[in-house]
Write a protein that binds this ligand. Structure first.
Ligand code: NDP
Length: 333
């Protein structure tokens, strides 16, 4: 099995020295174990936080161990009564092409007719659920809301715009980091307006496309995006603090928004969350999303990088904006 380990804790942006590729040979299966050949492995922004040796909502990655995280694969050998050979499974064993562990570490998934299993890492999985939970449980989406989404062309962002619309938002606005992405937001994802945050200040660009203000802000980016949105929030507005990717590789503390006082004068709710605390919303999400998906009402994009040894590059490309929709690694094992 080819596996990618964390070799060193990065300061600032990870480099080639941060990761190491190793070969691991598994022995015969022990009772209760399965062997799984991965089809797709996920690379996610939260993994940057886990590379640091600090206490957070998930413990840090261990040095010299294989990077863990979500993956989907197929069972090729089984000594478990619960998981059959051929089953499609999801697990958290991460950046490797083959994994052999106790069957209890794997969750059997239903097949998606005509679609790749990678969707379980994106729109039908964790990132789709993050969008749903952030909009509903965290930011209390209401019929007629004007919604602003930062990081709108990414995995979570593409789901947010569509779910917001399906649940009654009247106007959806997004920001992203390239002309191609901006085009996609209005052309394919149904955004009413979108802008490239690299073109000019977010503050000015957001003001220009929100004449009636913003009722709900779904923030994936933080920093200047949060500050700009606080300027435009309507009274009683709600902000889901989902992520702050603009700051994950910072080596110095970033300044706070200069207009946080608006939270008081406009009776805003700013609420952060990590998905792990809201998994009880998964059944309802699955029900809704399965329906929308089979009705053809959900668009999605994926950026696929081939080869598990290229997982570090895929991760870095994603952190730099090289992805449209969900970034996944196809193992090719
Ligand atoms: P994405 O697919 O959105 O990929 C990351 C994107 O971030 C890039 O494509 C890039 O797009 C954008 N980006 C990178 N640097 C900057 C910057 N300086 N300013 C603005 N945008 C930037 O990743 P995910 O959808 O997986 O995650 C999106 C966010 O959601 C992250 O903040 C993540 O931490 C958070 N998250 C939170 C969860 C929770 O439980 N709270 C769960 C899952 C994700 P561009 O080209 O537009 O710059």
């Amino acid at each position: 099995s080819t596996q990618v380990q964390l070799a060193a804790r990065p300061t600032g942006w990870p480099t080639a020295d941060t990761f190491r590729t190793v070969q691991v040979t598994y022995g015969d299966l022990e009772p209760g174990q399965v062997r799984v050949v991965n089809e797709f492995v996920s690379v996610d922004p939260y993994m940057r936080g886990r590379m640091n040796d600090v206490k957070s909502y998930v413990p840090p990655f261990a040095l010299d161990e294989t990077m863990t995280g979500a993956a989907v694969g197929r069972v090729v050998e089984s000594r478990s009564d619960d998981v059959e050979v051929g089953a499609l499974v999801q697990h958290q064993y991460g950046w490797r092409d083959v994994v052999q562990e106790d069957a209890r570490g794997f969750q059997v998934l239903p097949e998606i007719p005509g679609a790749p299993s990678s969707l379980y890492l994106g729109i039908l999985g964790m990132t789709g659920l993050t969008a749903y939970v952030g909009l509903t449980a965290i930011a209390d989406l209401r019929e007629g809301d004007t919604v602003f989404v930062s990081g709108a062309a990414g995995a979570v962002g593409t789901a947010v715009g569509q779910i917001a619309r399906l649940l009654g938002a009247s106007r959806v606005i997004g920001s992203a980091g390239s002309p191609e992405k901006v085009e996609l937001l209005t052309g394919r994802y149904g955004y009413d307006a979108a802008f490239n945050y690299k073109d000019a200040s977010v503050r000015e660009q957001l003001r220009d496309v929100t004449p009636d203000g913003v009722d709900l802000f779904f923030d994936n980016v933080g920093g200047d995006h949060l500050e700009a949105a606080l300027d435009r929030m309507n009274t009683g507005g709600r902000v889901a603090l989902c992520g702050a990717i603009s700051q994950y590789n910072d080596t110095e503390r970033s300044p706070g928004p200069d207009n946080l006082a608006n939270a008081t004068t406009r009776s805003l709710t700013l609420r952060g969350f990590t998905l792990g605390g809201y998994l009880d919303h998964a059944p309802r999400f699955r029900e809704l999303m399965t329906g929308w998906f089979s009705d053809g009402r959900i668009a999605y994009d994926e950026t696929v990088v081939d080869g598990i040894e290229n997982a570090p590059q895929a991760f870095l490309d994603m952190m730099r904006g090289g992805n449209i929709g969900k970034m996944v690694v196809r193992t090719g094992a």
